[in-house]
Design a protein around this ligand. Structure first.
Ligand SMILES: NC(=O)c1ccc[n+]([C@@H]2O[C@H](COP(=O)([O-])OP(=O)(O)OC[C@H]3O[C@@H](n4cnc5c(N)ncnc54)[C@H](OP(=O)(O)O)[C@@H]3O)[C@@H](O)[C@H]2O)c1
Length: 351
């Protein structure tokens, strides 16, 4: 039965994704956040960690052991940390949206290959739907369990999907050059995130074998057959946002007008995908800076006829369309609420 007010719990609420879930859901008219967890900050105010929420909420963190039954649980835990507690979470809630990587890959052997540990709940893998609404909307509507995509994967899949589905990209390698922000690494400090090391960096940190390649290939396989993509990831001076520049080559000529037609057909009715390819102005291509806090994925392209190269450009806020906003979009679909609820923020300019 459809409920008018959904009681929601955020596990891992002191992290960056948890903070964004709070920001978005505290304004959701059909959601009540009744529990937020943190082990380190249990019984302290949520606004201590998320100062943007001062005066908006009196919520305090609970320890994960104190969580009581509710309608839907968001798990915003580090990769590999959702699996061990899964039996408990399944007993406490009918619906679960996991934002980590634990249930994204359908094959437990793939998990072991890319994440280096044994998957301890392979029995649950078939029960999770990959939570990218633009591709799996119908499946998400009836899902009990959803696995939110990785952020580079989300933007890359949205960029590639129309081209692969419509046979524009077929026989050539696909190379994703990803520029990454610091918040993608989460809120836990590390050597790499230490200010003198991170500030001002343009650091190539994963030129090959990026984990998200596996989920991109898995998500696109139904439309492409076997496919291989490569990611080269570079950390740049940005707190939020991802810019992907995807390079591939075409088998036969195609006009800009034809590509625009395909993108309109696939994304014309999508509330959060915008085609950005302008002839004038400063913001002629997708740019993460102006997407901060929004659930948009901006997508553009360019053709180089001399070399038959197709360049696809995509931008998102990694914490919103790449994580919390996309998960709220899934909650809306799973609960029969209007899909855009709580995701209306247009972003800021200048910022
Ligand atoms: N950051 C991004 O851009 C992004 C984008 C897409 C997806 N994701 C995924 O979203 C998840 C969360 O990312 P994040 O950036 O928010 O990470 P984060 O800032 O490190 O937050 C992790 C949260 O989990 C809690 N936690 C850690 N281990 C736990 C455990 N064993 N049991 C219970 N709570 C635990 C932490 O709080 P306490 O230690 O106080 O309990 C913290 O609240 C990750 O799986 C990540 O892959 C992140």
């Amino acid at each position: 039965m459809k409920k008018d007010l959904l009681e929601v719990t955020i596990v891992g609420g002191s992290g960056y994704v948890g903070g964004e879930l709070l920001r978005l859901l505290l304004r959701h008219p059909q959601v009540r956040i009744n529990q937020v967890t943190s082990r380190k900050f249990a019984h302290l105010e949520v606004s201590l960690l998320h100062p943007n929420l001062r005066g908006i909420t009196d919520l305090k963190f609970l320890s994960p052991d104190e969580v009581k039954p509710c309608d839907l649980i968001f798990l915003a835990l580090p990769n590999g940390e959702s699996m061990p507690g899964m039996e408990k979470w399944l007993g406490l809630s009918e619906k679960i949206i996991d934002l980590g990587a634990d249930f994204r890959l359908k094959d437990a052997a793939e998990w072991q290959l890319w994440y280096g540990t044994e998957h301890t709940r392979p029995d649950l893998l078939p029960t999770f739907v990959y939570g990218l609404p633009e591709i799996y909307r119908q499946e998400i509507k009836s899902a009990r369990y959803v696995a939110g995509p990785g952020c580079e994967a989300a933007v890359s899949i949205l960029c590639l999907y129309p081209f692969i589905k419509n046979n524009i990209i077929k026989n050539h390698p696909i190379i994703i050059d990803a520029k990454m922000s610091s918040s993608q690494a989460g809120s836990k400090a590390s050597w790499a995130s230490h200010h003198p090391e991170r500030a001002g960096a343009i650091r190539s940190y994963k030129p090959t074998n990026h984990r998200h390649q596996a989920e991109i290939e898995q998500a696109l396989r139904p439309f492409s057959g076997d496919i291989a993509v490569g990611i080269s990831a570079t950390a740049v001076e940005m707190v939020r946002g991802i810019l992907v520049t995807i390079h591939t080559f075409l088998d036969k000529e195609i006009s800009e007008k034809e590509i625009r037609g395909i993108l309109k057909k696939e994304y014309g009715n999508e509330p959060f995908v915008r085609i950005i390819k302008m002839n004038r102005g400063l913001y002629r291509y997708p740019e993460p800076k102006i997407l901060q806090g929004t659930n948009f994925c901006d997508l553009g392209f360019e053709l180089e006829s001399r070399t038959s190269r197709l360049v696809i450009i995509g931008a998102i806020d990694n914490l919103v369309k790449g994580a919390a906003g996309n998960a709220v979009q899934c909650l809306n679909l799973m609960s029969g609420f209007p899909e855009e609820t709580s995701l209306e923020f247009t972003g800021l300019h200048p910022v």
